[in-house]
Design a protein around this ligand. Structure first.
Ligand SMILES: Cc1ncc(COP(=O)(O)O)c(C=O)c1O
Length: 398
C-alpha cells in the first residue's frame, strides 16, 4: 500500500478530529522518521514533546520488551515490583514526597483538580461544593469535558457544554489580575509555566514568582502543568525553575514515557497528596508495571544523556539561527530550550506543507505560529540542515 491508500482509509473510516499533514510514517529513530515510500524527514515536533528522548530510544525499548515479557498489567488491586521504583525515581529527581500515576496528560490534570478540591474542603475548610480554581486565558490542559469547560478557545469548548462549574479566568501573565480573582473559596491556581499550545507564550519575568507569593499569602495551592514544558523541553527539568518557584502540585506526562506508552503523574508533598484516600481516585492502567518500568528508564535517559543541558544550549543556537533569517513575514522568534515559536504575520500551514516537501516535519499552532520542538537528541549539524531549508521555504513564500 502507498501513502495515498492509507490516507484514503483513514479519511473514510476515522473520525476527522485532527487535520494532519499528509505524511504516513512507517518507522522512526532518534530525530528522523521515514514514510511508507521510504522518504526521510527530520521530526521537529517530537509528538508534541512526548519523544524528547528521540524515537524508539534503544535503552527504553530494551526495558519495554523485557517488561512486556514479565508482566504488563496487574491493576492497582495488587502491587507490582516496578511502580515503587517509579515513585522513588520521581522523588529523587524532583524532591516531591509523593506522586500519583495516571495515563494521559488530561487524566493527570483531572487528578490535580480533584486533589486540589479535596484539599480545599478537607484542609482549607472551604464550604461544600464551593471550591474555585483560577485558570489562565489562553490555557491548554487537555480535552476532557471538565478541562475544555475552562478553555477560552471556542474550537475546544464550543458545542460541548454544559460544563463543570468552579473555574475562574485570570489574564495569563497578569499577576495583579490573578490577585483580584482570589476569594475565600479559591483552592488552587492552575497554570502552564509557558503556554505550549497557546504558541510558546512565555509570561513576563517575575509573573510565576508573583503567582507563587499570591498563592502563599492566600493559602491557595499552586498547580503547575508541566506536561509539555517539563522533563527538559524548556532547557530545565521544569520550566518553572527559570523563576525558582516550587509549586504545590506539578503535573507531568508526555516525555515521561519517551513516547512508548501513555504515562502521566502528579507530584506533591504528603500533606497535599495525602488527602486522597483508598477508593477515591484511580485508573485500571495507571501505575501498571510496563508503564512504570518504561517511565523510570525514560527519566534515566534524560539524565544519562544530559538532555536538559542539551536542550538549553541547542535551543539558544537554533533560535539565534532562526532570528538571523531575514523575511518580512517573520514577526518574532521566541522560546526556551528546544521549544520555539516561530511567529509569522500570515497563515503558517502553507509553510508547514512546504517544509514537509523539504524533509522537515513541524506543525502550526493557532493560525500563524510554527512550533519547532525536535527531539532533544538533535545535533547542531541537524539544526544547521533544518535552518537552511526553513530559510529556503520562508524566502520562497515571501
Ligand atoms: C500543557 C498540556 N497539558 C495537558 C495536555 C494534555 O495531554 P494529553 O494529550 O496526554 O491528554 C497537553 C497536551 O498537549 C498539554 O500540552
Amino acid at each position: 500500500m502507498k501513502s495515498k491508500d492509507y490516507i484514503a482509509l483513514e479519511e473514510q473510516y476515522g473520525a476527522h478530529n485532527y487535520h494532519p499533514l499528509d505524511v504516513v510514517v512507517h518507522e522512526a529513530k532518534g530525530c528522523w522518521v521515514t514514510d511508507v515510500e521510504g522518504k526521510r524527514y527530520l521530526d521537529c515536533l517530537a509528538a508534541y514533546s512526548a519523544v524528547n528522548q528521540g524515537h524508539c530510544h534503544p535503552k527504553i525499548l530494551e526495558v519495554f520488551i523485557e517488561q512486556a515479557h514479565l508482566v504488563t498489567l496487574t491493576s492497582r488491586a495488587f502491587r507490582n515490583d516496578k511502580l515503587p521504583l517509579l515513585y522513588k525515581k520521581l522523588h529523587d529527581m524532583t524532591g516531591y514526597e509523593m506522586s500519583l500515576p495516571m495515563n494521559s496528560g488530561a487524566e493527570a490534570v483531572e487528578t490535580a483538580i480533584k486533589t486540589a478540591r479535596r484539599w480545599g474542603y478537607d484542609v482549607k475548610g472551604i464550604e461544600k461544593d464551593k471550591a474555585e480554581i483560577i485558570v489562565a486565558t489562553g490555557n491548554f490542559h487537555g480535552r476532557t469535558t471538565t478541562i475544555v469547560g475552562f478553555s477560552d478557545d471556542p474550537a475546544s469548548y464550543g458545542g460541548f457544554g454544559p460544563f463543570t462549574p468552579g473555574f475562574i479566568f485570570h489574564e495569563y501573565g497578569n499577576a495583579e489580575d490573578l490577585r483580584s480573582k482570589i476569594t475565600k473559596n479559591t483552592c488552587a491556581v492552575l497554570i502552564e509555566p509557558i503556554q505550549g499550545e497557546g504558541g510558546i507564550v512565555i509570561p513576563p519575568d517575575g509573573y510565576l514568582k508573583q503567582v507563587e507569593s499570591i498563592c502563599r499569602e492566600n493559602n491557595v495551592l499552586l498547580v503547575m502543568d508541566e506536561i509539555q514544558a517539563g522533563l527538559g523541553r524548556s532547557g530545565k527539568l521544569f520550566a518553572h525553575y527559570y523563576e525558582g518557584v516550587r509549586p504545590d502540585i506539578v503535573i507531568i506526562g508526555k516525555a515521561l514515557s519517551g513516547g512508548f506508552y501513555p504515562v502521566s503523574a502528579i507530584l506533591a508533598d504528603k500533606e497535599i497528596l495525602g488527602v486522597i484516600k483508598p477508593g477515591q481516585h484511580g485508573s485500571t492502567f495507571g501505575g501498571n508495571p510496563l508503564a512504570a518500568a518504561v517511565a523510570v528508564r525514560s527519566l534515566e535517559v534524560i539524565e544519562e544523556e544530559g538532555l536538559i543541558q542539551r536542550s538549553y544550549e541547542l535551543g539558544e543556537y537554533f533560535m539565534q539561527k532562526l532570528r538571523a533569517i531575514d523575511s518580512p513575514h517573520i514577526r518574532l522568534v521566541r522560546g526556551r530550550g528546544l521549544w520555539i515559536g516561530f511567529v509569522l504575520d500570515t497563515k503558517a500551514r502553507p509553510y508547514c506543507e512546504k517544509l514537509m516537501g523539504e524533509g522537515i516535519l513541524c506543525k502550526e499552532t493557532h493560525d500563524n505560529i510554527i512550533r519547532f520542538a525536535p527531539p532533544l537528541v538533535i545535533t547542531k549539524e541537524e539544526i544547521d540542515w533544518a535552518v537552511e531549508r526553513i530559510e529556503k521555504v520562508v524566502k520562497s513564500l515571501d
